[in-house]
Design a protein around this ligand. Structure first.
Ligand code: HDD
Length: 668
């Protein structure tokens, strides 16, 4: 398949170090690379050692500033395929022609932690997509949560200062469980809705491949006739939306800090290409005021039951990067990178973002020519009169670099709208210059309650647990009390339970939102469930029946379930199957299920620990055991939900359990 971006990147990708002599950057062949030039073998290094100085100088400058937020991330290449023309809504070329395949680059990220922090922390996940369209780059820079903490971009530096590690001791890393974050939330009730999502299971995804993405803001689509629709963008994962449990996420953060990054990399290497469908929620321009929330407010969703999501295309990630720094680290996203047919709304958070993203690249990527870095280049030609600057890579031929000119026939010339020139939507605006908030943005609590009402009981309990954990880590009584006062505005039962758990003051008056309204689309309990790409640890305790084992692993593979065989030592079983992990290298927090195969009368302690953690995290457990008494040493009873005794159940029953993923009605 033709992929213009891949073809472009190929020109910059070097793989010519084989059979090549070592040279300096000036092309000088070097006869020695292990010893610096010295005055005598035991003498000082000489200034004239240009090779040493060049090598060391380059090394000294290898790092660039990490992103102020979203520093930890992972990227991959892919394609976007439209299902049917959207010309009724937008003139964007890549959303008009279903025969066109648009190359994309996607970067997922956490928000709070630094570049080396753990993947499985409780946090919002960034979901940034760069479409390399024939009309220029279009960036949809979203998150895995459909709302945001604040309504106006001017508060973003305050919010980020509050959530980041505290300035005096740079603690904590990759966590919002600290005083300044909760102080900010207590003082800014516009965060109420977002904080409910951040404390829900959405903030601890099982895999980047199993989370939704949202453009968050209201944007505008404009068709050829100049008609506009308000739009919200959604990414719906084909594998469904799935999460870890909090204890598992914390353990995985230590056992494998690269858990999500590796999961994505390995899935793509195996050919299990992650897929999302693009969905649009559309509101005609004339219905702007038809809702009981302001559609410009980024702390509000448009409930899917009120404004349905129209599925319009598919994103597939099918290629890992060749070089992390060159591609994932240097990619520069910007919500202001738009194409004809896509425009902004007056959402005050979006408006501020339109300034911040290019600005931050100037210090992060070192100057105004970052668009020339291969990963950032559009796949269509670009011409203008911008010149010079740090890291200019292009030799612009000719005398003129200004508009208008007569010396070069007025080239490059602005392109008329009919020929694809971008024109801003001519929205009529009329108002006084004011610093303030629209009254229509003042309902902070209704949708926080809607979200909570929509969740299954186990999801609601996880939210209460998460608040109790996070606020329990705070030191200030005032911060805790203020946070409980916020919860009391949303739901009394959360406020009561959290106040009790953290020893905070429960306000006397119940100020909760009195609404039982639900939006079933918000619950992860209603998601797609498949066994595909889930990973099972096959735990050996004694020598297994190899024919039986082979049959089981074939059944797992036939259902696209991945597996690792775990034993005391790495070895080959009967010359066929390989033990790929030991009880020391594997950990239950890193697997979706376990299958214990025991042929001995005694269960090894580490095997017991493994199945107990699997059990405690509500995961399916397959058991093939010759002596049931051996299980008594563990806390597992064979009749609990999600335990599959392979003497009575088939391997396919176990695989159905793997698809189910969690058994919440277990007595843990
Ligand atoms: Fe932002 C990075 C998403 C509000 C300023 N943001 C960044 C990234 C994502 C988001 C996914 C990482 C891009 C990458 O992978 O390189 N940000 C969002 C969403 C927001 C949001 C969904 C609200 C709806 N952001 C937001 C505001 C501001 C910024 C209000 C400032 C006014 N964001 C930035 C930034 C970053 C950034 C400082 C850091 C690195 C970068 O831009 O390239 O400019």
């Amino acid at each position: 398949m033709v992929n213009k971006k891949m073809d472009q990147l190929k020109k910059y990708t070097i793989n010519n170090d084989q059979n090549a002599g070592l040279t300096t950057n000036q092309g000088l062949k070097m006869a020695e690379d292990e010893f610096s030039l010295k005055a005598g073998l035991r003498g000082p290094t000489l200034m004239e050692d240009f090779h040493f100085r060049e090598k060391m100088t380059h090394f000294d400058h290898e790092r660039i500033p990490e992103r102020i937020v979203h520093a930890r991330g992972v990227g991959a290449h892919g394609v976007f395929q439209l299902y049917e023309s959207l010309e009724a809504y937008t003139k964007a070329d890549f959303l008009n022609d279903p025969n066109k395949t648009t190359p994309v680059f996607v970067r997922f990220s956490t928000v709070q932690g630094s570049r080396g922090s753990s993947d499985t922390v409780r946090d919002v996940r960034g979901f940034a997509v760069k479409f390399y369209t024939d009309e220029g780059n279009y960036d949809l820079v979203g998150n895995n949560i459909p709302v945001f903490f604040i309504q106006d971009a001017i508060k973003f530096p305050d919010f980020v200062h509050a959530v980041k590690p505290e300035p005096h001791n740079e603690i904590p890393q990759g966590a919002s469980a600290h005083d300044t974050f909760w102080d900010f939330i207590g003082q800014n009730h516009e965060s109420a809705h977002m904080v409910m999502w951040a404390m829900s299971d959405r903030a601890i995804p099982r895999s980047l491949r199993m989370m939704e993405g949202f453009g968050v803001h209201t944007f505008r689509l404009i068709n050829k006739e100049g008609q506009a629709h308000f739009v919200k963008f959604h990414w719906k994962p084909k594998l469904g939306i799935h999460s870890q449990v909090w204890d598992e996420a914390q353990k995985a953060a230590g056992k494998n800090p690269d858990f999500h990054r590796q999961d994505l990399y390995e899935a793509i290497e195996k050919g299990d290409y992650p897929e999302w469908e693009l969905g649009l929620q559309l509101i005609p321009e004339e219905d702007e005021f038809a809702f009981d929330f302001d559609i410009l407010d980024p702390t509000k969703i448009w409930p899917e039951e009120e404004v349905p999501v129209k599925i319009v295309g598919k994103l597939t990630l099918n290629r890992n990067v060749d070089n992390f720094f060159a591609e994932t680290e240097q990619v520069a996203f910007h919500p202001g990178h738009v194409v004809p047919g896509i425009d902004f709304s007056n959402d005050p958070l979006l408006q501020g973002r339109l300034f911040s993203y290019t600005d931050t690249q100037l210090s992060r990527l070192g100057g105004p020519n970052f668009h020339q870095i291969p990963i950032n280049q559009p796949v269509c030609p670009f011409h203008n009169n911008q010149r010079d600057g740090m890291h200019q890579m292009t030799i612009h031929h000719g005398q003129t670099s200004y508009h208008k000119n007569a010396l070069n026939n007025n080239q490059p010339e602005p392109v008329p709208v009919e020929q694809g020139g971008y024109e801003h939507y001519q929205e009529k605006v009329d108002g006084r210059k004011v610093r303030g908030r629209s009254d229509s943005f003042l309902d902070f609590y209704s949708q926080a309650k809607l979200f909570y009402n929509s969740l299954a009981p186990f999801e609601q309990q996880h939210i209460k647990d998460a608040f109790s954990f996070e606020l329990g880590k705070c030191k200030s009584e005032a911060v805790k009390n203020n946070a409980v006062a916020l919860l009391n505005r949303i739901d009394r039962s959360i406020a009561e339970e959290v106040a009790k758990n953290i020893g905070a003051v429960l306000p006397q008056e119940n100020l909760e939102v009195k609404s039982v309204k639900k939006s079933p689309a918000l619950s992860m309990a209603n998601t797609i469930k498949k066994p595909d790409t889930r990973c099972v640890a096959i735990l050996l305790n004694g020598e297994p029946d190899s024919a039986q084992l082979l049959q089981w692993v074939q059944a797992l593979a036939a259902n696209k379930v991945n597996f690792s065989i775990v034993d005391k030592h790495l070895r080959t079983i009967d010359g066929e199957l390989k033990v790929t992990d030991t009880y020391d290298t594997a950990d239950a927090s890193l697997f979706d299920a376990a299958l214990l195969i025991s042929t001995s009368t005694k269960l090894e302690t580490k095997a017991i620990e493994f199945i107990e953690m699997t059990f405690n995290h509500y995961k399916p457990l397959g058991i093939s055991i010759n002596d049931y008494a051996a299980l008594e040493k563990s806390r597992i009873t064979i009749n609990e939900p999600g335990i599959f005794d392979l003497a009575k159940n088939t391997i396919n029953d176990f695989i159905t359990g793997i698809a189910e993923a969690r058994f919440w009605n277990r007595t843990v």
